[in-house]
Design a protein around this ligand. Structure first.
Ligand code: ZN
Length: 134
């Protein structure tokens, strides 16, 4: 089974519309362990929040939610799910890298928007922290 599936069965019932509309990929446990599922519910909630903030261009909250999602993956301590946790962390880090790239484009160049500077700096700082923790 693919670790990254479009829809996780455990959160299917409660999925907001924008998740379906924007095809946000949820994180899915490969081994289907109960321990993983419980944490995954929290991790996915943060991950979905991050994506919806991103869509609203609320970068600071998006970054904050990705950080929470990342920190929650550290609760996956069971041996069977260490690989899951690793994959989740790299997916979350990738999302943050995308935001970081986007903000860099928005804050540099001729049509730069300086109002996003705080968000850009925050995304750099959090990205640095996450990479250290991987
Ligand atoms: Zn797992």
């Amino acid at each position: 089974m693919n670790l990254m599936q479009k829809i996780s069965l455990s959160v299917k019932g409660t999925m907001p519309d924008y998740v379906k509309e924007n095809k946000i990929e949820l994180l899915v446990c490969n081994s289907g362990k109960q321990n993983c599922k419980e944490h995954l519910h929290v991790i996915n909630k943060c991950y979905i929040d991050a994506n919806s903030y991103h869509l609203e261009k609320d970068f600071l909250n998006s970054i904050e939610s990705l950080k929470s999602a990342f920190l929650n993956t550290c609760n996956l301590q069971e041996a069977s799910c260490l690989k899951c946790a690793e994959l989740f962390r790299s997916t979350i880090t990738k999302s943050l890298e995308n935001i970081n790239d986007e903000l860099q484009r928005m804050t540099t160049g001729l049509i730069s928007n300086k109002s996003y500077m705080t968000s850009y700096k925050e995304s750099c700082a959090v990205l640095k922290d996450l990479k250290k923790a991987v």
